[in-house]
Design a protein around this ligand. Sequence first.
Ligand code: PLP
Length: 370
Amino acid sequence: MIPKLEWLEAKLRKMQNREEYIPKYTPETVAKQLGIHEEEIIRLDKNENLFLSKSFFSGILKELAEELDPRFYPQKEKSTLIHELMEYLDLPSESIILGNGSDELIETIVRFFLGSNEEAISITPTFTMYQIIVTNQGNTFIDASLNDDFSLDVDGLLSKTSSKTRLCFICSPNNPTGNQFNFESIKQLLDKFRGIVIIDEAYVEYAPYSVRERITEYDNLIVLRTFSKAFGLAGLRIGYGLAHPKIASALKKLQLPFNINTFSLQLAIKLLDKREIVRTSITRLKTERERFYKKLTKIPGVKAFPSNANFLLVTTEKDTNMMCDKLMNHGILVRNLENILHLGRCLRVTVGLPEMNNKFLNIMTELCCS
Ligand SMILES: Cc1ncc(COP(=O)(O)O)c(C=O)c1O
């Protein structure tokens, strides 16, 4: 029985309109509905990595199962991973901060930089977690529209900021449009915005360039990266941030001591050691991305946009709810975005293995030509 306390009731009431993150469907529920095995579901909805095989990970996981002792708290693994990242990125270890996924780092950044009445800004459309985290903390979130060609409207964005705007989140390559912003526009933001610019590079391994080395030039820049995409560890939750050592150090003081488990840390360390395999898988994805893009643009009524990430933004003339339902009936999951900017009827589709994409292409062709 919850005690009848006024303050407690007020706090619970405040949460009544918020929503817990519960997926509408899972591969498991869809598989059950279709009477097929979960492994047969083609997951093109969450930009996960389908190019590193499960058997590749099984081998590393078996090695780790022998080596690890789960009875103990993580000890040196965090500093070992930071050391490995230092070599991989060619940046000082003091500039690197680890998080339980980059989501956790977004939350730490918001907690640290936004006091009461302070604001954050981002672009629209983009990754929705920036808005969710900022508003969950009770702060104001402002969005500034991209140009119709998906480029950054720096002046438009700056005109929406005020003396209370502390943070500016830019996802580049941007989820869901897929394009990477040119450095000239990012540089303008870094020079003109009187706050911290966070460049979320979750998909940067699939893109032409990174801004990571600019942290030595711009003290107001934080770069976010993740092991969830190109490194295939979405389920193990490891992200990292790159920033001026003073900012990285301040953020580290807000973190819980054992925020990442030993297993995830060790797996990331092993994966950095096998980075050639990861690199090869990125090259394969990029080749497939071009093929997939070209095939999609040939379907009547379908438009696909060039991508610097591991997914494609696609528009169709057909209703996207109907499309998603029909695809799901064939065991294929994609993300329904409906309308974004001037575009109606958008889907976001992860670049899967060729056989997965072919199945998707066949069904799309059938649906669009009917
Ligand atoms: C742009 C962007 N940033 C961050 C994340 C989350 O990354 P992580 O798994 O490291 O929390 C995602 C996940 O889809 C993303 O699209």
